[in-house]
Design a binder for this molecule. Structure first.
Ligand code: PLP
Length: 369
């Protein structure tokens, strides 16, 4: 074989990829068959029966490619949230949108800011794009606008902010979001990830869509994986200027959203009864969790999402790691927080009534041990 005068090595990925770890979602493990999974911030009440009905009858045209863009789904989203159809982009989960935003906007010489305990997909996507991720310190487990602003320099191209944030469950109020946006130069893109916004009924919160309606440098991200209970189908969406949208569509795979996801998404977003039931279930059980955790003398972050970050003693038998292990032995999966450099914490999603009661009962058993 000719070697074209080149020293023969194995093919190498880009250096930024070779040195990167694969992102491994850690749902937890247990030998028990009938698991209670509270480790991935999923919908507590399952999926809208209307979406399931659509999926059950989805048997024809499986040989056909999906449409590149589903006008029906985009219209359904626009109607539900009073948005401009032309600004909505669909993706294979909002994870895909985070990736293609990074690929479309970041060069290796660029910097992108993300917050200290921000969603881990942000640094991953920044690194895959080959750019430099810059961490803005949180204050009390909450994103801090001044710390974000103080990290801006000439190389800054993108700011990633999950509001509310995973895994902390905290948020920054409307006035702070507006201050952040006002203070950044217009050439910096603010990626405002509002994955949990449907759960939030706090007047101080904004989902970012009004910023997108008024400015060119904001993209709001949303998902069908949480309130709408369609995590397995991978469906997310973004709201941004038409110019940003057209650039993202050049990077996105042509058929990244599959037909089943499109059809189920339309049914789910129209099922307002299921959504309202899920939101009130979440609020009711969040208050219940707070009460029970206080009784157990455990510290936690007040959360406006569908999950809670709970603190455990640093050392000794009541550590977060031991709690994760103990609960897994009882068939309950929660998320340890080592990957977020929070080894003394675990994150638990609000489940259904039985799951929540079992979790608290077993947590009490763990602490009484
Ligand atoms: C803040 C945040 N953004 C995005 C996602 C990913 O959503 P999707 O399932 O649409 O990729 C998650 C999932 O946990 C999340 O917590």
């Amino acid at each position: 074989m000719t070697n074209y005068g080149v020293i023969m090595n194995n093919p190498a990925a880009k250096p930024s990829i070779e040195k990167l770890e694969t992102y491994k979602p850690n749902f937890g493990k247990s030998k028990i068959n009938n698991l209670i999974r509270l480790s991935a911030n999923e919908s507590a009440l399952g999926t809208s029966l209307k979406a399931i009905k659509v999926l059950n009858s989805f048997t024809h045209n499986l040989n056909r490619y999906p449409p590149q863009v589903s006008d029906d789904l985009i219209s359904a989203i626009a109607n539900r949230y009073y948005l401009n159809k032309k600004k909505i982009i669909l993706g294979n989960g909002s994870d895909e949108l985070i990736s293609i935003i990074s690929q479309a906007f970041l060069e290796p010489s660029d910097e992108a800011i993300y917050t200290e305990f921000g969603f881990l997909q942000f640094p991953q996507a920044i690194s895959v794009a080959g750019a430099k991720g810059v961490i803005a310190k949180d204050v009390n487990f909450t994103a801090n606008v001044d710390n974000i602003l103080s990290n801006i320099n000439k190389k800054t191209k993108v700011i990633f902010l999950a509001n509310a944030n995973n895994p902390t469950g905290t948020f920054i109020p409307k006035q702070e979001v507006i201050r952040l946006h006002k203070s950044i130069p217009s050439n910096i893109l603010l990626v405002y990830d509002a994955a949990y916004s449907e759960y939030i009924n706090n007047n101080d919160y904004i989902d970012g869509s009004s910023l997108v309606d008024n400015y060119e440098n904001v993209i709001m991200l949303r998902t069908f994986s949480k309130l709408h209970g369609l995590a397995s189908l991978r469906l997310g969406w973004g709201y941004c200027s038409e110019n940003i949208l057209s650039n993202l569509m050049k990077v996105r795979g042509p058929f990244s959203v599959n037909t089943a996801a499109m059809l189920a998404g339309i049914a789910a977003i129209k099922d307002i009864e299921f959504q309202e039931k899920s939101v009130s279930h979440n609020l009711e059980w969040m208050r219940w969790f707070e009460k029970k955790l206080k009784l157990l003398n455990l510290e936690f972050q007040t959360s406006i999402t569908n999950f809670l970050l709970i603190k455990f003693p640093k050392e000794g038998s009541y550590s977060a790691q031991n709690a994760v292990k103990f609960l897994a032995e009882k068939g309950i999966l929660v998320r340890g927080m080592n990957a977020y450099s929070l080894p003394n914490y675990l994150r638990v999603s609000i489940g259904n009534e039985e799951e929540n009661i079992t979790f608290i009962k077993q947590l009490k058993n763990f602490l009484d041990n």
